[in-house]
Structures are given as C-alpha cells and as structure tokens.
Design a protein. Sequence first.
Length: 318
Amino acid sequence: MNQIERFKAMVEMRFFDEACLEGVPTMEIHGELHTGIGQEAISAGLLGHLKNSDALVSTHRNHYHALIKGVNPYRLMSEIFEKKTGICQGFGGHMHPFSLKQNFSATGIVGQSLPVALGYAYAFKMRKEDSLAIGVIGDGAANHGTFHETLNIAGAWKLPLLVLVENNGYGISVPISKVLATETIAERAKSYSAWGKCVNGDDPDIVSEAVEEAVSHIRSNQGPAILEAVCNRFRGHYEGDTDHYRSKTEKQNMLKGDPITTYSKKLLSLKVLTENEIQNIFQTSKQKMFGLLKRVRGEKMPLPETALNYIFCEKTDG
Ligand SMILES: Cc1ncc(C[n+]2csc(CCOP(=O)(O)OP(=O)(O)O)c2C)c(N)n1
C-alpha cells in the first residue's frame, strides 16, 4: 500500500462521514451517529496488512473500519440510512453493521468487541488457520474488565489477536488522563505477555509501520498485541453532543492538527503528490461519496411488517 493510496483512503473516509452527517438534521438517520472524523489515519494505516479471512470487530465508531475491511461503501451507507440495500438490509443500522463476507462486525456495547474478537482468534488457532482477529476499542473501553479478561487469556493461550486502541483522549466527556493509572494503555502489554506500542495515530505511515510489526508478531505465533494510536475526535461524542466539556482553545488546537491536512502537506513536501493532484483527490472523493448519498436516499426502508425478521431462528423442515 503506498502513500497515495493511504491519502485517498483518508479523504474518502472523511467525505463518507460528511455525507452521512447530512442524514442527521433531516432525521433520516435514527439514534446516535458517531463519526470517525479526525481519526482517519488509523484506519488508513491498516490498509494492506489484512487478509479477507482476518476478522475485524469494531465499535459504535465503526464506519472507517468497515471501509478498510472491504465493505462496499454504498451498501454500508445504505445500512447507516437503514435502507433495504444495506449490508444487513437496514436491520443493523449505524451501530451494528455486520458482513460475513468481509469478516467484519461491530457492537454498540462498549468493550464487547474484544471478547468477540477473542472468539475469532481462538477459532483460528483451533482450526490451524493462518488468520488473525482485530478487536478495535476506544480508550474508554480499555478500562473495562473485558480488556483484561480478553488479553489475559489471549496471552496465556498465545492467540492471534490484535487489540487496536483508538485513543482519542475521551470516553464521551471523561478525559482518559483522569482515569488511567499508567502513562499509556499499550504499556499494560507486559501483564499479558503481549507485544505493545503506543504511536502517533495522526500519521498513517507511522500507524502502518506499527501495524506491520504487530501483525508479524501475531502471524509468527507469538501471541497477542496491543497497538495504541493516539488521535483526536473532531466532533462531539455523537451528533447531538453539546461538547461543552472541551474548551474552545482545545478544539481550535486540535483542528490545527487535522491529519488529512498534515498528511497532504507531507506528501507535497516529499513530492509524492502535487497541489493539483491533491485537489483532484478531494474533488473526486467528494463527488463519489455525495453521489452515493444521493443513490442511498432514493432507496427504500424495510417494510414495518418485516420488523420481526431475523430476530428468532426460523424453523426449517429438517
Ligand atoms: C457497556 C456500555 N456502557 C456504556 C455505554 C455508553 N457509551 C457509549 S460510547 C461510550 C464511550 C466510549 O468511549 P471510548 O471507548 O473511548 O470510545 P470513543 O467513543 O472515544 O470512540 C459510552 C460510555 C455503552 N454503549 N456500553
């Protein structure tokens, strides 16, 4: 995966979420919408390191993970807008998209991505399959019991598990610095005989290098890894959050370090891209994502009489 592909992916992710944002004030999207805006570099850093057979279990903030795992953007956006054309036919919505084909799933229950990812990792090991599982969490979830329980057993049984912590500094309104006993989350790795590293999550090249190290540790049967990527959540916790707990100055400083702007400047100075090419990527990505939005808006929602479908196991003749 080269730097241009990483940059394109970041820009597409940003416009994907910006297109989704259009559905909030119009009430086309129901419930809380959590965007990944500001956190694009982490998912871009995963590009090229995962196989289709690897499993990725994400959180309430899951759009970018679905995209890098290969979920079709049109079908993902359809799901977020609860349309029949969605990957779960509109039944999963934005917090519970699921794709068996791409080995991708997500949960809105904080901390629960880890035991599910552990289950995948255990199955891979039992079946002697050369695949790994990624459990994504936020910094807030790292203080759940599930973090310790998952990593302890993954370490004891040397399971192929990568715990990816997107540390955006806040669990809703709680600053991680107020509730973390250590300097970083990754340094807990020693307690689980795991590989661990904390990196700058605003630069996809740095993330990619760390992912490569973590993945080669896991794929060579040395057990689990914790990769903590430090980033910023640009918007409120969800659309509707007043975000009153962060000062104006804190927010202004955060926006100055927009990973997309910073990376475009880096690629410009490295002469990987010209200013024109960068603007072209912005334009094409915006057109692509807002084009999808237009199509998705024209799709139908599932009928009310199908509301109970897929809840109970259907009895079959056999
Ligand atoms: C078990 C459980 N407790 C509480 C919540 C409510 N809740 C939703 S997101 C969230 C904060 C998560 O913070 P973090 O793990 O840092 O992820 P981020 O939102 O920053 O990506 C909480 C407490 C929940 N969904 N599940």
